[in-house]
Design a protein around this ligand. Structure first.
Ligand code: NAP
Ligand code: 8YV
Length: 316
């Protein structure tokens, strides 16, 4: 393929170098993050743009897609695609693809890591050991995880992988989804009841309008002063103001959070709390997994532009 006949792909998110290399070797790319275009420059290339490369956090809305009359595919580097207006894409026959399965294990590992870190106070214990505070006396007691009651909201691919790991910790597992699954865990019809019955509530649903603020003040009240919230889903699934208030007041015991409402900004009141462990949206961030995600995100574009079916379209 000559460079002039290569498909034109617009990169709208911060993507790893491996994926950028694959895209640049195969397509004519315009990277709006590394090399922002003026409105005029973007309008000039808009008629040629056939593909968009995004990530799980990127916003690819109806109006944005409307600027590209020849757009055929949006490839998301990530399993969550709540930032893409899928109905708007479908209306125009634009494919939307994502990267399921390849990241499931890492995200489940990170949910367990956050649960252990916040319950066993690992981050504060590390500071305590390094600073020499230990010489003044022992570290305060922490909360036992093995055998505790776990509630999973969103028992999909990742939720089930979290449950498998939790089973090895002899945890009693319950879950809430919109639909019951054929699994050996207890189904709970609503999230408030689930929160009331567990010690750890793990959020792992998709983001978007259907799950916005699923965790609100009522859910936090139900989780109670001995309960911990873990969020590896999307910041939007938790009412962050209500969470901060609950953490400050001791309405819940603590939280382990990988995702936030307004990333990469974390409210100062949240960052100031001692009963939280905060990580920068890195649950899938191992080299092996990000490489596999990059290859799948690329393969979807390459398949489409070679006239083949995409490999991992988002579900209907
Ligand atoms: P999945 O297999 O589609 O599972 C999603 C589950 O959520 C399904 O079981 C679904 O069941 C449930 N669900 C959807 N809407 C719900 C609602 N309103 N209330 C309760 N449950 C609901 O997806 P996955 O591969 O496990 O990924 C899940 C999400 O994790 C992604 O969409 C993404 O947002 C997040 N994620 C985050 C990171 C990170 O870096 N922190 C990495 C990867 C993924 P029903 O349809 O029966 O309700
Ligand atoms: C990534 C994610 O961090 O898969 C998702 O939905 O949120 C994560 O795996 C993200 O897409 C890369 O920026």
């Amino acid at each position: 393929m000559t460079s002039s006949s290569r498909p034109v792909v617009l990169i709208v998110a911060r993507l790893p170098q491996h994926l950028l290399d694959l895209l640049q070797q195969n397509f004519t790319c315009h990277n709006l993050i590394l090399d922002p275009l003026t409105e005029e420059a973007l309008a000039a290339i808009a008629p040629q743009v056939r593909g968009i490369a995004a990530n799980g956090e990127a916003k690819v809305g109806r109006e944005f897609m409307a600027r590209f009359p020849a757009l055929e595919i949006v490839s998301v580097f990530g399993v969550g695609y709540d930032g893409v207006d899928v109905p708007a894409a479908r209306e125009r026959g634009i494919h939307v693809t994502h990267t399921p399965d390849v990241l499931t294990e890492d995200v489940a590992d990170m949910a367990i890591a956050l649960m252990l870190a916040v319950a066993r106070n690992v981050v504060r214990a590390d500071r305590f050991a390094r600073s020499g505070e230990w010489k003044k006396g022992p570290f305060p007691f922490t909360t036992k995880v093995s055998g505790a009651r776990l509630g999973i909201v969103g028992l999909g691919r990742i939720g089930q992988a979290i449950a498998q790991r939790a089973a090895a910790f002899d945890m009693q597992i319950a879950y809430h989804n919109r639909s019951r699954k054929d699994v050996p865990y207890t189904y709970v019809e609503d999230i408030v009841s689930l929160a009331r019955e567990v010690d750890f509530l793990v959020m792992i649903t998709p983001g978007g309008a259907g799950t916005r603020a699923l965790v609100n003040a009522e859910v936090l009240e139900a989780l109670g002063p001995k309960g911990f919230l873990i969020n590896v889903a999307r910041g939007s699934v938790v009412d962050e103001k209500a969470l901060i208030a609950a953490l400050q007041a001791g309405t819940i015991a603590g939280a382990g959070l990988d995702v936030f409402e307004n990333e990469p900004n974390i409210p100062a009141e949240l960052a100031a709390l001692e009963n939280v462990v905060l990580t920068p949206h890195m649950a899938s961030g191992t080299l092996v997994t990000r490489t596999a995600m990059a290859e799948l995100a690329f393969t979807n574009l390459q398949a489409h532009f070679s006239g083949k079916p995409v490999v991992t379209p988002v579900p209907d």
